[in-house]
Design a protein around this ligand. Sequence first.
Ligand code: FES
Length: 252
Amino acid sequence: MAESRSSVVPQSVGRTLRRDAWWLESVPVWILLGGFGVYATLRAFEGKFYEWGPYLSPFYSPLIDPKHHWWPLSPALLILGVPLGFRVTCYYYRKAYYRAFFFDPPACAVGEPAGRKYTGETRFPFVLQNIHRYGLLTSLIFLLFLWYDAIRAFWFEGHFYIGLGSLVLVVNVVLLSLYALSCHSWRHLIGGKLDCFSCTAFNRTRHGMWKKSSFLNERHMLFAWCSLISVGFADFYVRMVASGMIKDFRIL
Ligand code: FES
């Protein structure tokens, strides 16, 4: 096996017998994931312009100690670990950033930096990727807060209200929910470790849910990107309105 691999994959980074533009796949990862990482870091540390009227930025939800009674830094830093840990350990993103940022390997049948010993995800720090299933559970709890925020965005000063921001927050939470519900760990939680789907009524129910989850799971990459863009845009919109750069467009 090792022999056939070395004959197909030249042992030098980026060398390959492939003739297609294999590197194109990494371009959106560099731009979108890299850009999002920079933007989200700056925003998490900024610690202001995260709330306006009925809107709360998803980067700051749930909002903890905004008046700085016991936490002197940005409230986002208290909660950032949950969504960040969930995304970083996502099976899809792992593939994407291992290729785009670590060149490990850059693509199928493309050479990687010489001298690396392949250990998979069995050693520190990559063994920590196994916390993904727990990241899913905590992210599902965070989703409840985001749904609350999105519904609250339709209620302003005691009246029903629809602004562009209300719609932005709803679209965002829907996409984040689709991302979480298409997760591989969620699919396993629902239908994994079962020898017989038809043996009991409960198992048949699980089978039905597992099929729906499988439908979403096949589109996990799509939801991963759409939700990344939507959560960044939702924060950006709230920031623009909260800082007075733009006015919220009121629809109703
Ligand atoms: Fe991507 Fe779980 S595999 S969120």
